[in-house]
Design a protein. Structure first.
Ligand code: GDP
Ligand code: GDP
Length: 443
């Protein structure tokens, strides 16, 4: 894990494309490595994933497996056209995967034809080159016209280093421009929960200072506005409003788009619909935002549609608390984009969770809290060995990340980490933001 704090920067995106069964998801998962993840620990989700991060040398990047975005029953030509469009639209570098086993096929040529229409860099990965002879036998693929084909084996992991070098070489140069210090947030949620209505309610004509700034490397369009004297950038406003192409209405495309917007934001407005409650897709995107360490506000929209009793709100809070146990720090706000109920509270709430996300606490105050915690709840003993906590320090913010130095990290179980997190939260306002605790052996 690359430890980072502070201002949220866009990272390059790599898209994998190629006909079915060439090994796209095998390569994708290998480059992604074994990230421990609360979302992906759920059975079925690992196989399912189409968007994640990879790292190579000092570079971090996002990856999309376009093969995972499919439209039921559509013929090959439609599927591949959609996947190529997604790759061209979303990626900084496209990895076109072919197979050494089957050699060059007509379907490969069909994919190539669509990719010619874009000027995005394309790297050809010849997969299933499992032995030295196969690695020699890649010359047919020069005919695709994308330069040197790179022989690899997704199963054995050979050639991946060279492929990654080539991918990284093609990343756009860093602009060197300092990003502005707006608070960057995105509005995330299933179709129809009311995202674009919320955009309209939040913006109110007079608030827009600069609208529709095209991103440099993608066509994501952000909107800047000012409210209560605070400057905001709403990420991918165009994506929220965009409708049309068939694949844009598929769940997996919208989950991928949401994850990408989350990556580019400091604060997430996680919107659900009071009428419909929580769905599986909500858990995927909320889990992603949590793991990405973003500040999260839970917005229950269409509050006007419910017949309320004096415990409706509490029932909702309990339901959300049960479904999203890992993010009880997220404040819940009940709004109506239609009647504008509580919409005016959102800018200040976004600012508050952002400030908590960027907060730094003094080591002395932190250590007072930790030492008091140990006094209330003595450290556990495992096989006669007692956990000793020497001191703690905040290493970065965005999200606040603490290193706790101990005699032996194995003695500090999840439950004790959780206890320390609660003690820290009791003493400092970290509402709205995840915090991370890293245990480290004191040398
Ligand atoms: P996708 O449809 O392009 O995502 O392909 P998958 O990643 O699902 O792989 C399709 C099949 O090819 C699976 O049975 C993989 O185990 C196999 N496969 C993937 N990479 C390699 C490889 O490098 N060598 C060999 N021999 N088989 C591979
Ligand atoms: P999106 O797909 O998440 O962007 O959702 P939209 O903003 O397009 O809203 C979907 C539908 O819900 C539209 O018919 C809206 O008018 C309606 N809607 C959105 N917010 C509210 C709300 O707070 N109350 C009510 N009653 N309807 C809403």
């Amino acid at each position: 894990m690359i430890l980072k704090g502070g201002i949220c920067m866009a990272i390059p995106t790599v898209a994998f494309i190629g006909r079915p069964n060439v090994g796209k998801s095998t390569i994708f998962n290998r480059i992604a490595g074994d990230r421990i993840s609360i979302v992906e620990d759920t059975p079925g989700v690992t196989r399912d994933r189409i968007y994640t991060h990879g790292e190579w040398l000092t570079h971090e990047f996002a990856m999309i497996d376009t093969g995972g975005i499919q439209i039921n029953d559509a013929p090959f030509s439609t599927q591949i056209k959609n996947q190529a469009e997604i790759a061209i639209e979303e990626a900084d570098v496209i990895v076109f995967v072919v197979s050494a086993k089957e050699g060059l096929t007509n379907d490969d040529e069909q994919v190539a034809k669509i990719l010619y229409r874009s000027d995005k860099p394309v790297v050809v990965a010849v997969n299933k080159a499992d032995n030295p002879e196969a690695r020699e036998d890649i010359y047919d693929f020069y005919a695709l016209g994308f330069g040197d084909p790179m022989p690899i084996s997704g199963v054995h992991g050979t050639g991946l280093g060279d492929l990654l070098d080539k991918i990284v070489e093609n990343f756009p140069p860093e602009s060197g421009e300092k990003p502005n210090d707006d608070i960057r947030f995105s509005i995330i949620g299933r179709p129809n929960v009311g995202k674009s209505s919320l955009v309209n309610a939040l913006l109110g004509e007079d608030r827009v200072i600069v609208s529709d700034i095209a991103g440099t490397t993608r066509d994501a369009i952000d909107t800047r506005f000012e409210a209560d004297g605070i400057k905001f950038t709403m990420v991918d406003t165009a994506g929220i409003r965009k409708r049309g192409k068939v694949y844009e209405n598929t769940e997996r495309y919208s989950v991928m788009r949401a994850m990408k917007a989350i990556d580019q934001s400091d604060v997430i407005l996680f919107v659900m619909n009071a009428e419909e409650g929580i769905r599986e897709q909500d858990k995927k995107v909320a889990g992603y935002a949590h793991e990405a360490g973003k500040a999260i506000i839970t917005v229950v929209n269409k509050w006007d549609t419910l017949k309320k009793t004096n415990h409706t709100q509490q029932d909702f809070e309990t339901l959300i608390g049960n479904e999203f146990q890992y993010m009880t720090y997220s404040p819940i706000i009940f709004v109506s984009a239609k009647t504008h109920q509580r919409i005016e509270q959102l800018p200040a709430l976004i600012k508050r969770v952002y400030d908590n996300h960027e907060k730094r606490v003094q080591s002395s105050a932190l250590n007072d809290v930790i030492m008091d915690a140990v006094a209330i709840h003595p450290t556990p003993t495992v096989n006669g060995k007692r956990l000793r906590i020497y001191y703690a320090t905040q290493v970065v913010s965005g999200p606040p990340t603490f290193v706790v130095f101990v005699n032996n990290p194995d003695l500090m179980h999840f439950s004790y980490v959780r206890f320390l997190e609660n003690q820290i939260r009791d003493h400092f306002d970290f509402s709205g933001t995840p915090i991370r605790i890293i245990k480290r052996r004191r040398k």
